[in-house]
Design a protein around this ligand. Structure first.
Ligand SMILES: C[S@@+](CC[C@H](N)C(=O)[O-])C[C@H]1O[C@@H](n2cnc3c(N)ncnc32)[C@H](O)[C@@H]1O
Length: 462
């Protein structure tokens, strides 16, 4: 089954992802601009087109691109079904419009450009492997920075455009574009540098880092350098007007349902009201409690941000990223405000390696920013209803995010001490999803309760 349009309702809900249409929550949905009470502006607009955001959110179906599941982009690997993997993940990377969206992300581009050209010593006379070269941009920069040889591996037909671009820039003697899956191709030699832009939403979505790890273990020399070299995941409490919009949307869906019940009874003689509860639960699970993509303004972050995962790209294993587990504290640092949920984002660093460091370290961050948003934005998890909190309220948070197995069920949990909130985001990418628990314990004299616990279960896109 390729997607499922059953969830489409205007622009609010999206097709269920391909791999697990029955149980996987909806992808994050770019929302309309909403203004907070204090004027904070949550924008999902900007440089990045909605098609791109929808792609990275995994929302587009094959039909949207005029492809069918039989087409083979030369793309798959391992145990993942090749057709599904191409349909879910690789197909859109084969389009120029789509590569252009990444190439138009100035924060991303400036970071990689500076990382390469301010650290030419890592490239001059060296061999480089670009994992997932796309248009070939990172391979071309590597060659321009002085690399002796660059292997540019790309799973999709974008490899043909990359080859054309390499030739047009007269770098064909240095850059060799190889069409194929990183896991399946062979190189004639080991390399000094692996460069790749593998980061998905909330860092680990897309599971592309698995391919980079595989490449590193097979092809990086013992003295080799990773670009980027380090990555971190962050979480922080937020306020947001979108929480009200989501609630209104949910109530609108229920009003619509009641109208539908009346019509069905009046016109067709069948009383469907017995389905009201499952319909409502479906709406809650797959819309109300589904996390979403957003570009937050920094003043919507209402407490200290915490690092929940640190990755050394040189040493990390796939096992290390199957789960993200963290206990952290956050202190509300804003005058009485609404605590609507959490936002997650990431940064990566280009530091070289211990004995061969960068001359100039570069950071690429996707944190909320007034004017330097990225196409990654932030992933937002809401509570319903939001809580009112005072300055200096302590939040003690346990975070557990696990890459899901195919067809796993969303977890349910009952605990009398906990208010369980199920939030979910989803991905069709590589048939891998994840779920996350976020247990929130608050020091809540300010809100007049002893303890509030919230659980979060999310299909985090890996
Ligand atoms: C996020 S894009 C980055 C493209 C380009 N490097 C850039 O920075 O603009 C990732 C690219 O990697 C490719 N890719 C992902 N996994 C791959 C794999 N296992 N083997 C080969 N290519 C892969 C995708 O098709 C896509 O073109």
């Amino acid at each position: 089954m390729v997607g499922c349009s059953g969830w489409n309702r205007g622009e609010r809900q999206r097709a269920l992802p391909v791999c697990d249409p029955d149980i996987i929550p909806l992808p994050s949905t770019p929302q309309a601009d909403v203004r907070e009470e204090d004027g904070a502006h949550e924008s999902t607009s900007g440089r990045i087109s909605s098609d791109w955001k929808r792609h990275r959110a995994g929302e587009l179906e094959l039909g949207d691109w005029g492809l069918n599941g039989e087409e083979d982009g030369g793309s798959s690997s391992g145990p993942v079904d090749k057709g599904a993997d191409f349909a879910n993940y690789f197909c859109t990377y084969g389009f120029l419009y789509h590569q252009k969206e990444m190439l138009s992300d100035r924060v991303r581009m400036d970071a990689y450009y500076n990382a390469v050209f301010k650290n030419k010593h890592h490239f001059q006379g060296k061999t480089v492997l670009d994992v997932g070269t796309g248009s070939g941009i990172l391979a071309i920069w590597s060659a321009q920075a002085g690399a002796r040889k660059v292997y540019a591996v790309e799973a999709t037909k974008m490899s043909e455009h990359a080859r054309t671009l390499v030739r047009a820039n007269n770098l064909q003697d240095i850059v060799e574009v190889i069409e194929g899956s990183m896991e399946e191709i062979d190189l004639p030699e080991k390399v000094d540098v692996i460069i790749s832009e593998w980061m998905g939403y909330f860092l680990l979505r897309e599971s592309m880092f698995d391919s980079v790890i595989c490449a590193r273990d097979r092809w990086l020399k013992p003295t080799g350098v990773m670009y980027p070299s380090h990555a971190r995941m962050w979480v922080a409490p937020i306020r947001s007007g979108l929480v009200d919009q989501k609630k209104n949307d949910y109530e609108g869906a229920m009003d619509d349902w009641y109208g539908f019940l009346e019509d069905t009874k009046d016109y067709y003689g069948v009383d469907m009201s017995v389905l009201t509860k499952p319909f409502s639960e479906e709406q809650q699970k797959y819309y109300l409690q589904t996390s979403l993509w957003n570009n937050l303004h920094p003043n919507q972050v209402i407490g200290t941000a915490a690092v929940i995962k640190e990755i050394d790209c040189l040493t990390v294993s796939v096992n290390d990223i199957l789960q993200v587990k963290s206990n952290f504290s956050s202190v509300i640092n804003m005058v009485p405000t609404r605590f609507c949920g959490f936002a997650g984002w990431f940064d990566v660093h280009f530091r070289g390696r211990g004995e061969d460091p960068a001359q100039q370290e570069i950071e690429l961050t996707t944190a909320p920013s007034p004017n330097n948003g990225t196409h990654w934005g932030q992933q937002v998890f809401f509570f319903h209803p939001p809580l009112h909190v005072d300055e200096e309220t302590n939040l003690n948070v346990s975070f557990l995010m696990t890459r899901s197995k195919e067809n796993h069920r969303l977890m349910e949990s009952e605990d009398s001490n906990e208010l369980l909130i199920l939030l979910s985001i989803s991905t069709p990418c590589k048939c891998l999803q994840a779920r996350a628990w976020l247990i929130l314990e608050m020091d809540v004299c300010n809100v007049g309760m002893q303890q509030i616990c919230a659980g979060l279960m999310a299909g985090i896109p890996f």
